[in-house]
Every structure is written in structure tokens, then in C-alpha cells.
Design a protein around this ligand. Structure first.
Ligand SMILES: O=C(O)CCC(=O)C(=O)O
Ligand SMILES: [Fe+2]
Length: 294
């Protein structure tokens, strides 16, 4: 067949296929060529050597979201693992374990009105300094379902036309926590705060570690593009959201009990599937603080 059915169908995003140097202490099994890798050969309940820590950092930078299976760690070990990557972030609204404000509760069961993270989002992008990453440990899984989808915002950015990249250059967007968080955790008996964070961030951010550019607007928190007429802002954001939802940029993780996902919140969006009602899915999230996007 000469040509494809749709002239626009080919991926405008082509990842750099360079094989990276092997790892010494861990083994990686990639979910897709561009993001997601399952790591084996590491027991997070044991102290990690400097080498192991370096390799986890590198695996995260190269794969954007990394997964560990069959991990048996305590709440304190989960917190300590997070601290290897930076200060911990305290969620402005979500419920946490008693006496452990940095250990967020992720839980849905037959009585839940909703589950966490059901739409595409970046965690807490309404903060002035949004988290660098989130470490989610799922301890109870439904018999089927409850997967989490992740999408590379490097790939989404790369696949934009040069015209669109030029248009977005220098634009900023309003990210609002108020409209997301007020009343959200009522079913966990969490009282509302007087106010929730709101921030303006660049639409395209530069990753402070890799230096790569990533699209940085999300359906969850982004409300408008600064300085544009409302209709234009809405239309551009709608286009960007549809664009970033191309499955070419995604991987999908199937949980098992005692799995951990660690995503780089600066270049990845995620979305949790609540397809397992009336079953229960629960765990904890430790979130690592980040920097002001630029
Ligand atoms: O439950 C999940 O898989 C993800 C929920 C979520 O959005 C989060 O923990 O940040
Ligand atoms: Fe999330």
C-alpha cells in the first residue's frame, strides 16, 4: 500500500533509540520504548547502596516512571525511600495516615463516591513548587482492573508541530487547586481548608535534570492560558489535552499487591482507572517535593 490511510497518522515523535549503558545492580524491563520500566533485583526493605540509589535515579530519568514488585516495606520505610530523592511534600488536601502527614491515603471501595486520580493530571500542579515525583505503594488490589495509565509529556511536546511549539513558547497557564480540592475528600472526613493553592506555570517546562522540554498543562488543574482571550485559551488547551492523550505517548501499569510506582511528576501525567467497583483498592503515596517550573 502506498502511503498510510491518513497522512497525519505517522508518529511525529520519534524517540532516541540509543541503547543506554547496562545497569550493574538492577534489571530493567521496559513497558514501552519511551516510558515505563519494571525494575527487579532490588529489595526496598533493605538499606540501598549508593550504587543502587544512583541506578534508581538514572532509571527514573531514562524511563519517567518506574515500577517495583513484591515489595514489603513499612510506612516508615516508604517515607525513608521518598527522602532519598528530596524533602517530602505534604498534600494540601488529601487524607493521610495518623501522625504521618506525608503519607497520603489512596483508597476506594464499594462505598466510595469516587477514586483518586480518575482524570489525566500532574500531581498538585497548583502548588508554586509542584512535587518532583510520587511514590505510590498499592497494598490491596481488586481481582481485576485498577490499572494506572502514564503519559510522557516529553513525547507529547516533541510531537507538536514546529508552529505550535513556537506559539506555546513563553506562554504561561493558571493551575487552580480550589476547584479541584474543595469538598473532594469529604468522604474521608477531611475538613476543607480556607483556601487552596493556585499558581502560574510555563506551558512548556524544562526538566531540571534531563534538560528536556515537556508539555506542562493538564486537565486536572490547568484553567487558562495567561493573556489570551477566553475562547482562544479554551481551544488551545482542548487541543493540547486531546493531543497528549494519544496512546503513543502512554504506558499502562497492571498492579499486583505490594507493587510500587514511582513517577517523575515533572514530565509525566497519569490517570487511574476506577473500573473495579465494588472491590477495594488501597495503599499509600509518598510525594517528593519539587522546584518551581521554568
Ligand atoms: O491510584 C492510582 O493509581 C493513582 C492515583 C493518583 O492520581 C495519585 O496517587 O496521584
Ligand atoms: Fe495523581
Amino acid at each position: 500500500m502506498a502511503g498510510s490511510l491518513n497522512a497525519n497518522a505517522g508518529p511525529r515523535y520519534r524517540h532516541n533509540a540509543d541503547e543506554s549503558a547496562p545497569y550493574e545492580t538492577i534489571t530493567l524491563d521496559k513497558l514501552t520504548p519511551i516510558l515505563g520500566a519494571e525494575i527487579s533485583g532490588i529489595d526496598l526493605s533493605k538499606p540501598l547502596s549508593n550504587r543502587q540509589q544512583d541506578e534508581i535515579h538514572r532509571a527514573l530519568a531514562e524511563n519517567l516512571v518506574i515500577f517495583f514488585r513484591e515489595q514489603h516495606i513499612s510506612q516508615d520505610q516508604h517515607l525513608a525511600f521518598g527522602r532519598l530523592f528530596g524533602d517530602l511534600h505534604t498534600h494540601p488536601a488529601a487524607p493521610s495516615e495518623p501522625g504521618k502527614p506525608e503519607l497520603m491515603i489512596i483508597h476506594a471501595d464499594k462505598d466510595s463516591p469516587r477514586a483518586n486520580g480518575e482524570g489525566w493530571h500532574t500531581d498538585v500542579s497548583c502548588d508554586l513548587e509542584p512535587p518532583m515525583g510520587s511514590i505510590l505503594y498499592i497494598k490491596k488490589c481488586p481481582p481485576k482492573g485498577g490499572d494506572t495509565l502514564f503519559a510522557s509529556m516529553y513525547a507529547a511536546y516533541e510531537a507538536l508541530s514546529d508552529r505550535m511549539k513556537t506559539y506555546l513558547d513563553g506562554l504561561t497557564a493558571v493551575h487552580d487547586g480550589e476547584s479541584v480540592y474543595r469538598g473532594l475528600y469529604k468522604n474521608f472526613n477531611v475538613a476543607d481548608k480556607p483556601e487552596y493553592p493556585r499558581a502560574v506555570h510555563p506551558v512548556v517546562r524544562t526538566h531540571p535534570v534531563t534538560g528536556k522540554k515537556a508539555l506542562y498543562v493538564n486537565r486536572g488543574f490547568t484553567r487558562s492560558l495567561v493573556g489570551l482571550p477566553r475562547d482562544e485559551s479554551d481551544a488551545i488547551l482542548r487541543y493540547l489535552y486531546e493531543h497528549m492523550e494519544n496512546p503513543l505517548f502512554q504506558c499502562r501499569f497492571r498492579w499486583q499487591e505490594n507493587s510500587i510506582a514511582f513517577w517523575d511528576n515533572r514530565c509525566v501525567q497519569h490517570r487511574a482507572m476506577w473500573d473495579y467497583w465494588p472491590h477495594t483498592r488501597s495503599g499509600n503515596r509518598v510525594t517528593v517535593a519539587g522546584d518551581k517550573p521554568y
